[in-house]
Write a protein that binds this ligand. Structure first.
Ligand code: BES
Ligand code: MN
Ligand code: MN
Length: 465
């Protein structure tokens, strides 16, 4: 196998091209949530297809679905060798609010930041997930060009992750044979810090609902009617407030019934991950943190379920003051789930509770959106070990296993439908502002990923011998 110097020499020689190719992909606004970008999303799939072909993949295909296509490609060098299935997504979140970006979301530029002294690529999708997905394409090219590919590889890059992966779920069920592999490798998560590598070993699930509260049948003068009828915005706020008690426990009956309880040992192990509460507060400009009593910050955002309002609207929000009682109020509410909660069941519990606490003076409607199941991935498997050894080789430090608070709903499905575990070897930082204005991805992280991935293949092949 290539020595460290071979990998680094190849990266060094092709550095500028590796960046420029990513920039080209970042320039295409592949926002899956907004139909306005339909052609751009499809254009991105075609671009990925070309890149896979150029890197040396066979059977490269843009597979149509009822929604956006899935890009597939493979390189089978020897059926006796283990097969790595690489998953990633080429769609991105909407870029708005646009006015908060310091440069265009689809005009990638490198700028220095405190945490990225070598510069970071600023663009929507730079970290989530175009930059991280493309590391795999370039690492594959590197292994092909240096004759060091040690495993078979299959690529499956989708365009609907940010909108729930509904069509990928169907594709997976219909293509079990084609997707046969030994492990799934994903870079769509993060590390603790650039000098503290970690591997994600858990993702939360998701229940997502939209609620509508209706008061009077029309907007009313708040002087003529105020005080005598239910104001749906006030009522909605009261109902939301009722969903947590003074200890910040969620009050939905049955909500915690299935929640996995970690042992004191497991929690002590978790607490070993480096973390500074002061730095955390400082980075977010917070005087204090907030959350469920009895749990640490890292527990609150990973092993504990949550309920959050993502958006709330109704009434008059324009310039100046309008005296009005709105007819309707709305909110979008997400619940992050942990093992062994079930998304459909939690959505049902939410709906029943929300309806039960609604006063007679209003009508309420609960509409479920896409959801996903939580997942825990093994930290003792050969694939985990290969990832751990790969990161230890390139960072000079053994990565720590960490459960993340985010969701990648398809990962639980990979397990249930394909029987495959995933290795979540991501390279982003929490501060990279994914889904936010000024999303960025460290140049260091991009190249560190390209450097680390070939070691994963080498160690995985060795461990599976
Ligand atoms: N890559 C993220 C999830 C993520 C980020 C997990 C960082 C762990 C660490 C993914 O693209 C994402 O944003 N998922 C959505 C869920 C989806 C159904 C919209 C999420 O977590 O909100
Ligand atoms: Mn992602
Ligand atoms: Mn995302």
């Amino acid at each position: 196998m290539n020595s460290n110097s071979n990998i680094n020499a190849y990266i060094e020689t092709h550095k500028d091209r590796f960046l420029n190719e990513l920039f080209d992909i970042l320039r295409i606004p592949s926002v899956s949530a907004d139909p306005k970008y339909k052609n751009d999303v499809i254009k991105t799939a075609d671009a990925i297809k070309e890149k896979l072909i150029a890197a040396g993949a066979d059977k490269v295909e843009v597979c149509p679905t009822a929604g956006y296509p899935i890009v597939y490609g493979e390189k089978i060098i020897d059926p006796k060798l283990p097969t790595v299935l690489v998953y990633g997504h080429y769609d991105v979140q909407p870029a708005d609010p646009l006015e908060l970006w310091t440069s265009g979301p689809f005009e990638p530029v490198i700028k220095k930041t405190d945490l990225h002294p070598q510069g970071a690529i600023f663009a929507r999708g730079a970290c989530d997930d175009k930059g991280q997905m493309y590391m795999h394409v370039k690492a594959f090219e590197l292994m092909m060009q240096t004759g060091t590919l040690a495993c078979n590889v299959k690529f499956m890059i989708e365009g609907e992750e940010e909108v729930g992966s509904t069509n990928l779920a169907i594709f997976v069920k219909q293509n079990k044979e084609r997707l046969r592999a030994d492990v799934i490798l994903i870079s769509d998560t993060g590390i603790i810090a650039n000098d503290t590598p970690s591997i994600c070993v858990g993702l939360r699930g998701l229940s997502y609902v939209e609620v509508e509260v209706t008061g009077p049948n029309r907007d009313l003068h708040s002087g003529l009617y105020g005080g005598a009828v239910a104001n749906p915005i006030n009522i909605l706020c009261e109902m939301i407030a009722k969903m947590k008690d003074d200890k910040n426990h969620i009050t939905i009956p049955g909500f915690y019934d299935d929640v996995e309880v970690l042992s004191a040992e497991e929690r002590a192990e978790m607490a070993k991950a480096p973390f500074s509460l002061d730095a955390y507060k400082k980075a977010l400009d917070l005087s204090d943190i907030h959350g469920e009593e009895g749990f640490t910050t890292n527990e609150r955002n990973s092993i504990r379920p949550t309920l959050d309002v993502n958006g709330i609207w109704g009434g008059y929000t324009g310039e100046g003051a309008k005296t009005v009682i709105a007819s309707k109020a709305y909110a979008k509410i997400s619940m992050r789930l942990v093992p062994h909660q079930n998304s459909d069941k939690i959505t049902e519990l939410f709906k029943n509770y929300f309806e039960s606490i609604a006063p007679k003076s209003v009508k309420v409607k609960v509409t479920p959106h896409h959801g996903g199941e939580p997942v825990v991935t093994p930290s003792t498997s050969p694939a985990y070990k290969a990832a751990s050894m790969a990161m230890e080789t390139t960072y000079g430090k053994k990565p720590v296993p960490v459960r993340s608070g985010g969701s990648i709903p398809i990962v639980a499905m990979f397990k249930s439908e394909l029987g495959l575990d995933s290795v979540l070897m991501g390279f982003g930082l929490d501060s990279d502002a994914i889904h936010s204005p000024n999303e960025h991805y460290g140049v260091f992280n991009y190249f560190k990923g390209i450097e680390t991935i070939p070691y994963f293949y080498k160690y995985f092949a060795d461990l599976k011998k």
